[in-house]
Design a protein around this ligand. Sequence first.
Ligand code: HPA
Length: 248
Amino acid sequence: MLAIIGGRGMTELANLHITHRQVMRTPYGEPSGAFLFGMLNQHQVIFLARHGYGHTIPPHLVNYRANLWALREQGVSNVISIATVGGIRADLTPGVIAVPDQIIDYTHGRDATFYDTRDAVYINANFALPFCPELRTRILQSAALVHHPARDGGVYAATQGPRLDSIAEINRFERDGADMVGMTGMPETALAMELQLKYAILAVVVNHAAGRGNNQQGVNMEQVNVTAVAAMERVRSILECVVSCDGN
Ligand code: HPA
């Protein structure tokens, strides 16, 4: 089964016909909210709002472990993360949708592994390809099919937040090879790998990163929210195709 984790601009999935809600508990605490079980184009999916249904949980306080653990407990095999990002690369302008293929972790102090005791056998997750190539392809093909083409690939820089970035930080991320910047990609991506979930990010560029494009003074959060909400219409039609288009 597919799960969709919604980010900014997506605390609900308007085209999801909800069949039931379920509050989940895990050894790691409670997920961001009740899971919404429902049908998307006649296919069963689970939806979860990463920041809570009132968008009150900041990126560093999201219980990423509980979210993913509970999804797996429900039999989820594929997870698509909807995440808003700032564009560092020149062509990643507000409104563009991208499916990153690499990630760099600049977060700190988050619970970033399920192996946090000294008495259990642990694995060293293979993180060379952090995102599931098949799921990425499925998203890219779906985006093309519904005429909302997405950029194939890119390096996601995961920052701690909740503050935005300085221009010097963005310059550094760019020197490191990053193309876009967001606050929730890690540890979510690594935890999904530890649980052997097929995981990919559908990134929506909602602003130029600091010092790029028209963002020389700072991000206009009002504009960010408008761009995010407007883009979610396209995201929803891509997701419908992911679950139901022929060949997917
Ligand atoms: N920086 C970090 N995270 C973000 C940004 C940004 O510019 N835009 C959306 N999430």
